[in-house]
Design a protein around this ligand. Structure first.
Ligand code: ZN
Length: 400
């Protein structure tokens, strides 16, 4: 970690304006700043590229414009307070300094923006990348730290940086499984036609699953699976079931079935039950271990999509999506998601689940989430507002 940094031009006096024709030490600092952002080189504005590095000449102006353009600032070639601030921010790279929430003196910089975008990529807050280390960023850092087994102190030091770096390798390059999974998804294209999806209603046969408040889990999830099936069939998907009449076997048997059938996805449907009747809501699970290592990137994405669609459409409590190393999730060679559609032990959840209309809403939510998975990240269709028919016409528009 290097702690020494040359103060960028303008940082000494936030109101100083520096423009063509100016001369002084601030211009030298400006050249250094523009060199570190990569804008000086092409313009010939590096300090060593000039006869008089203290003069704000045309190459410097050109470099300032290039910087402003990249940052979405007014490209006037003048270093006013805004450009000076942006230059100051641009000089920080993640790892240059320790990051923490300091009330009254919020840290600001590209390193904070980088941190925020990585946290967002993990599904942790803050709600946007604003390059300012505020309380929401601190909360997200704490979540991340606890997730990787560090004390949740909210301070981004060497251990947290190592955790972030390891994770990035796993997501972006070092994890062959994740890469393969993404590549398979990308190659598959955007249509559901011809895909094979295994629906896995939990329990079955003598195993009724959770039974409470008049709801029998095994029956309910089979009914829900049937509703999902109809919608998937209409989209040209080959739908398979892990069980319809029999008991379906344990999770080892079910995951082996999914692998033998070479399904593209597995959706496992369950209900939850808790000792306390107050516990309620929907949760989704994908394969992953607590520590970094293997986990299903696509599974995580799909779990998140299903979770969001279900919560947005039903208004039920959001118990979020979580990584688990349960047998079915771990042994399946394709992305698998387990959905817990509510708590049968909660009278309100149970009453809602008993309503076939709600199960239709849930089925639609699950199918829309699957469709969104294949639409890819780059398409932003708002969650919870599209009906299947609309989504299909949206797809048709994309195709045409
Ligand atoms: Zn269950």
């Amino acid at each position: 970690m290097s702690q020494t940094r040359v103060a960028p031009a303008g940082a000494r006096d936030a109101h100083a304006v520096c423009r063509l024709g100016d001369r002084g030490a601030a211009v030298f600092d400006l050249r250094v700043a523009l060199t570190s952002t990569g804008d000086a080189e092409a313009a010939g504005a590096r300090p060593d590229q000039s006869i008089d590095p203290l003069v704000f000449d045309l190459p410097v102006q050109q470099a300032v414009r290039a910087f402003q353009q990249r940052r979405g600032l007014v490209a006037d070639g003048v270093v006013g307070p805004e450009t000076a601030r942006a230059l100051a921010a641009a000089r920080w790279r993640l790892g240059d300094r320790i990051l923490a929430h300091i009330p009254g003196h919020l840290l600001h910089g590209d390193d904070v923006a980088d941190l925020q975008s990585r946290l967002l990529g993990l599904g942790l807050g803050p709600d946007r990348v604003d390059a300012v280390f505020g309380p929401r960023t601190e909360a997200a850092v704490r979540d991340f730290q606890r997730g990787i087994g560090l004390p949740g102190d909210g301070i981004v030091g060497p251990d947290t940086l190592r955790g972030l770096a390891g994770l990035r390798r796993a997501v972006r390059g070092g994890n062959p499984h994740a890469l393969r999974e993404r590549e398979t998804l990308r190659r598959a294209g955007r249509s559901l036609v011809g895909r094979t999806i295994l629906l896995d209603p939990g329990h079955g046969g003598p195993d009724l699953g959770c039974v409470a408040n008049g709801v029998v889990e095994a029956d309910l999830v089979l009914d829900l699976a049937r509703r999902v099936e109809g919608r998937l069939l209409a989209q040209g998907v080959d739908v398979l079931f892990s069980r319809i009449h029999g008991d379906g076997g344990d999770e080892t048997v079910r995951s082996a079935l999914a692998n033998d059938l070479a399904a593209d996805l597995v959706i496992s449907l369950h209900c939850d039950a808790a000792a306390q009747a107050q516990a309620s809501g929907i949760a989704t699970y994908y394969y992953g271990t607590d520590r970094f290592g293997a986990w299903s990137v696509v599974g995580e994405h799909l779990a998140d999509l299903i979770q969001r669609e279900l919560v947005a459409r039903t208004g039920m409590i959001d118990c979020r999506s979580h990584a688990r190393s349960w047998t079915l999730l771990q042994r399946t060679e394709m992305p698998a998601v387990r959905v817990e559609v509510g708590h049968v032990s909660n009278p309100t959840d149970a009453a809602r689940l008993s309503d076939p209309a709600l199960r239709d809403v849930m089925a639609e939510a699950i199918v829309v989430a699957i469709q969104r998975l294949y639409l890819g990240d780059e398409d932003s269709v708002r969650t919870g507002v599209f009906r299947l028919a609309e989504l299909r016409s949206f797809m048709a528009d994309l195709a045409g």
